[in-house]
Design a protein around this ligand. Sequence first.
Ligand code: TTP
Ligand code: CA
Length: 361
Amino acid sequence: MHLDLDSFYAQCEENANPSLKAKPVVVCVYSGRTAESGAVSTANYEARKYGVRAGIPIVRAKKLLESVDAAFVPMNHLYYEQVSERIMEILRTQADAFEQTSIDEAFLDVSKRTALNFDAARSAALEVKKQVLMQESVTASIGIGPNKVIAKIASDQSKPDGLTLVRPEEVTQFLSPLPVSRIPGVGKKAEEKLSQLSVSTISQLSNLGPAILVETFGKSLGAYLYRASRGEDDDPVKEREQPTQFSRIATLKENTRRAEDTFPLLTELANSVSAKLVSHGMSCKSVAIIAILTDLSIHNRSKMLESLSTDGKVIEATARQLTQEFLQSKPDAVLRRLGVRASGLTRETGQTNMSKFLTAQ
Ligand code: TTP
Ligand code: CA
């Protein structure tokens, strides 16, 4: 299965402020140059009816929506990341293998749990959609197919709140009439090159020989297009590598070698690292400080925690202690910049040994 959340940032904003639900909603990235300069990040489906799309200038979106009561909201990426993390956790439990490919898209291999039965896969997809809607009030579109390329193309077939199933015997019929731009990885440039070869549909693409495709697009993209146009793909669904550390670094208001002067900044850095951990559903085993001195030399000091943690207070206290110890050990050091790093990350939750002990009783 491939799952793609519908107008994702816009749905997050609607959930944060339900009065938006009936209106066209435009999520904006303001550039800050003038009050209205910037671009549209995404728009809900109501706003799309008026022609509003990701990437167009905000000023243009305002023109398109001038006759209606539309909402223009600034992008709040950290919030969407947190919603995304929670949804991805739900999805992970519904798959034999799981691969998140962006903030709002993922592949779920359900081959084993459905014993390759496509009707069972449809039920599984309905269950996934239900779980995400019940727990996070977000709709998603799902495509089901015999491989990733087909599932991905299928998830885009009927949006929003769609479910498209393509059985192995239906692959050719499904792909043939679609424009080549529906193949993942085919952008404006490839589309242009194909149109010069009089190719606009996937069916026409599948009639080109491999030699001409390799000549036009190079070996790897050419071979990929040849296979994709036939609905062939054997790339497995695999968990992407997890981050191994999160760090934040900033310049002190004034150079100093007094530990107390660094505490406000350490609080800020620790909270930010903690938020990153929480949004990724991860805990850390050790905390480090990165000290950059006025001579621009860089020094690291780290400490293992007693137990896994996501807690900003724990990270802050450890960073304070490390900073104090560092300054004591280096009488000539004057701090210019300071960073906090959480490492030894795992997906386990940060229970203390004591609470582990108590829950085991
Ligand atoms: P998409 O999945 O491309 O778009 P979407 O979820 O808003 O809408 P759809 O229902 O068509 O899937 O992108 C996911 C999020 O990424 C989107 O909500 C906002 C963000 N984004 C941008 O900030 N700029 C862009 O140009 C695009 C395409 C997306
Ligand atoms: Ca989406």
